[in-house]
Design a binder for this molecule. Structure first.
Ligand SMILES: [Fe+2]
Length: 168
């Protein structure tokens, strides 16, 4: 709750990582999670670069970015296991590298480095490349296994996956 409250005060007005259909993997739930990652990147850009915000604010965004990256990658990796995705190992390796990069940004920041424009460009490149290259590779496989591109929002996601696999 504290995080939600503080988020409202965090500026994400300028879109450094703008969402576009080009970034869609064609699965609504995953797209929504990717939009949250883009939003956190935009918060970081606005606060660290444009607003020169207090280090505590920048640190809180870096923490959120790290946490959400981990949650989102875990969701994708759960899907790999549920559907026995053949590219799981190499994809997870990319996740491990990306998590390490984000962790290192935070470590360097805590050791006195600033979050500068060069670093923001790197972050944007890592995220967009990962979505457009690795993530888009799983879409057809997941859809062929029963995952739906869109689901009504009334039920839990894992429940829906389970039904689609077992109630034909
Ligand atoms: Fe991924």
């Amino acid at each position: 709750m504290d995080q939600l409250n503080s988020r409202r005060k965090i500026d994400n007005s300028r879109e450094f990582l703008a969402w576009s259909e080009e970034l869609s993997v064609g699965i609504q739930e995953i797209d929504e999670q990717h939009k949250i990652l883009a939003g956190l990147t935009n918060c970081l850009f606005n606060e660290a670069i444009l607003n020169k915000a207090d280090p505590a604010i920048v640190e809180s965004i870096l923490n959120e970015l790290m946490q959400y990256t981990q949650i989102h990658f875990s969701v994708e990796e759960s899907l790999f296991r549920i559907f026995n995705y053949p590219e799981a190992d190499s994809h997870q390796q990319h996740h491990t590298e990306l998590k390490k990069e984000v962790f290192e940004i935070k470590e360097k920041f805590l050791n006195g480095d600033s979050v500068d424009l060069e670093l923001m460009h790197l972050l944007r490149e890592w995220l967009t490349k990962h979505i457009m290259i690795e993530d888009k590779q799983y879409t057809q496989f997941f859809l062929s296994k029963g995952l739906k591109a869109n689901w009504p929002k009334s039920r839990s996601w894992i429940g829906k996956i389970w039904d689609s696999m077992h109630l034909q």
